[in-house]
Design a protein. Structure first.
Length: 78
């Protein structure tokens, strides 16, 4: 919870347009290796285009299944 609180507080200082920002009730956190930074930056940059072909929800389901992460859909979506 501290990560959500501190990142939300910081983000609101970055732009007038972000003053009303808030995280959803739940959250997930994943780490990446140093070698994947450029790939993740490209993913973020192209996210809008990417999600025209697969929804965020379907992509997250695939990710969780691929890495055998147990989850309950009742608690994943707001």
């Amino acid at each position: 919870m501290e990560t959500k609180r501190s990142s939300s507080k910081w983000l609101k200082t970055q732009s007038v347009h972000l003053k009303q920002f808030h995280w959803q009730a739940g959250f997930g956190a994943f780490s990446i290796g140093q070698c994947a930074i450029e790939e993740v930056q490209r993913y973020i940059q192209d996210q809008e285009i990417h999600h025209r072909t697969i929804s965020f929800q379907d992509e997250l389901r695939e990710f969780l299944q691929r890495y055998q992460i147990e989850y309950d859909e009742r608690y994943v979506w707001d």
